[in-house]
Design a protein around this ligand. Structure first.
Ligand SMILES: Nc1nc2c(ncn2[C@@H]2O[C@H](COP(=O)(O)OP(=O)(O)OP(=O)(O)O)[C@@H](O)[C@H]2O)c(=O)[nH]1
Ligand SMILES: [Mg+2]
Length: 373
C-alpha cells in the first residue's frame, strides 16, 4: 500500500508555521510558578494523563518559549466542578417531589422510570437501576434519592480508567479521533492538544479530514494557538490515510510525545468511511500503535447518535468516548447508555465551546449534577 506522500508531493504539505514545540520542564515550571503544584497536587492538576515521563527534546529541536501566563489553560482537575451547573440537572428537577418522600407508591416508581428514560439512560439500564433503588428503598436501607445516586454512580462505574493512555518512556502515542460529522471532533482535538502542551507534552496534529479544505484550516488554527505543527494536505480529497501516516511519521522523527489525528465524519457512503478509518488505523500502526481511539459523540443526539456511533466500533477498536455538548442538554443519561453499548469509558466531556470547556469525566460530580445537587 502506498502510504508515502500525499499526491502532489511534499510541497503540497503545509508542515507548520512554527517548529515542534517541546515545552517540557519549562511549562511544568509555569504550572509550579502559579504556586499550585507540589508532587501530589501536580497529579491532581494533570488528570488528563497519568503521570508519564516527558521525552527529552529531539536533538536540534529549537527551544520555544513556554505558553505565556495569559495563554495557560485552566487546570483540568477543576474544570468539571466549575462547569457542573451547565449540566441539564434534568433528573433533579423532575424528581424533586419524589425525593422529599421515603416511601414511594406505584405511580411514583413509574414517574422515576419515565424520568430515567427521558434522560436517555436507556431501557435496560433503567430497569436495572429501578430494581436496585426499589430493593433498597423497600428494605428501608436508603432514601429514594440516596439509593438513586448510588445506583447511578455504580452503573457508570467509578473504577474505570479514564485517563488518556499515553506510552511511558517517551515513545510516541498516536491518538485517533473519530465520529460522525459535526459532533465536535476537531474542537476536541484542539482542546486536548492545549492541555497536553501545557502539561509539557510535545504534540503534532494530523488533519486527516481531507473531505473539505476548511477542516484542515480549523485544526491548524487550534494548533497555531498552542504552537504545535499541523500536518495537512492542501489537495482537496487527498488520501486521509497518507496524511495520517505522514503526521505520525513526522511526530516520530521529531521525538514528539503525542500525535493527535483528526478524521472526517462524512463521506459519500458509510462503507467508504469505515474503510477509510480502518486504513488510517493500519498505516498509523506501522509507525506506532495508536494508544487511544476516541469516539466523539454529541450528547444532544441521544439514542440516535448512539446508533450511528456503534458503526465506528465495528471499524476501529475504540478505547474511549468524548461526550460533547453536555452543556444544557436534558439528555445527560446518555453517558450510561453510551458506555454500555460501546463497552468503553467516557473519558472526557465537552461542556461548552470555549478552549477550556473540555473536562475529564468525573462520575460523582456528574451524578450530582444530574440530580441537581
Ligand atoms: N455547546 C458546545 N458546543 C460544542 C462542544 N464541542 C463542540 N462544539 C461545537 O460544535 C460545532 C462542531 O464542532 P467541530 O469540532 O467542528 O465538529 P467536527 O466533528 O469536527 O465536525 P466535522 O469536521 O464537520 O465532522 C462547533 O461549533 C463547536 O464549537 C461542546 O462541548 N459544547
Ligand atoms: Mg472536524
Amino acid at each position: 500500500m502506498d502510504v508515502s506522500w500525499i499526491p502532489g508531493s511534499a510541497d503540497a504539505l503545509v508542515v507548520g508555521i512554527v517548529a515542534l514545540v517541546v515545552v517540557g520542564a519549562g511549562t511544568l515550571a509555569v504550572w509550579r510558578g502559579r504556586g499550585r503544584a507540589t508532587g501530589k497536587q501536580n497529579a491532581e492538576l494533570s488528570p488528563l494523563v497519568r503521570s508519564t515521563p516527558t521525552a527529552a527534546p529531539a536533538p536540534g529541536a529549537p527551544a520555544v518559549p513556554p505558553l505565556s501566563e495569559a495563554d495557560m489553560p485552566e487546570a483540568p482537575a477543576d474544570r468539571f466542578a466549575a462547569r457542573r451547573a451547565r449540566l441539564g440537572g434534568s433528573l433533579g428537577s423532575r424528581l424533586a417531589s419524589l425525593f422529599s418522600r421515603r416511601d414511594l407508591d406505584q405511580s411514583a416508581w413509574d414517574e422515576l422510570e419515565e424520568a430515567l428514560l427521558l434522560a436517555d439512560v436507556g431501557a435496560a439500564t433503567t430497569e436495572e437501576i429501578l430494581a436496585q433503588v426499589r430493593g433498597r428503598v423497600d428494605a428501608g436501607d436508603a432514601s429514594p434519592k440516596e439509593a438513586l445516586r448510588d445506583a447511578l454512580v455504580a452503573a457508570i462505574d467509578p473504577e474505570l480508567d479514564r485517563f488518556l493512555a499515553l506510552s511511558s518512556g517517551g515513545d510516541l502515542s498516536p491518538v485517533l479521533v473519530v465520529g460522525v460529522n459535526g459532533v465536535g471532533k476537531t474542537t476536541s482535538v484542539g482542546k486536548i492538544a492545549r492541555v497536553l502542551v501545557a502539561q509539557g507534552k510535545s504534540v503534532v496534529l494530523g488533519a486527516a479530514d481531507t473531505f473539505r479544505a476548511a477542516a484542515a484550516d480549523q485544526l491548524e488554527t487550534w494548533g497555531s494557538r498552542v504552537g504545535v505543527v499541523t500536518v495537512r494536505s492542501d489537495v482537496d480529497g487527498a488520501d486521509p490515510a497518507s496524511v495520517a501516516f505522514e503526521a505520525t511519521q513526522r511526530a516520530s522523527d521529531e521525538g514528539a510525545d503525542v500525535v493527535l489525528i483528526d478524521t472526517a465524519g462524512r463521506l459519500q457512503n458509510k462503507a467508504g468511511l469505515m474503510d477509510q478509518l480502518g486504513k488510517i488505523h493500519r498505516v498509523v500502526s506501522k509507525v506506532a500503535e495508536p494508544r487511544e481511539i476516541l469516539l466523539v459523540i454529541d450528547a444532544t443526539t441521544g439514542q440516535n447518535g448512539l446508533a450511528q456511533a456503534r458503526v465506528f466500533g465495528e471499524a476501529v477498536p475504540l478505547t474511549g468516548i468524548v461526550l460533547t455538548k453536555m452543556d444544557g442538554t436534558a439528555k445527560g443519561g446518555i453517558v450510561l447508555a453510551v458506555q454500555r453499548v460501546l463497552g468503553v469509558p467516557v473519558k472526557f466531556v465537552g461542556l461548552g465551546e470555549g478552549a477550556d470547556d473540555l473536562a475529564p469525566f468525573d462520575v460523582e460530580g456528574f451524578v450530582d449534577g444530574l440530580l441537581g445537587d
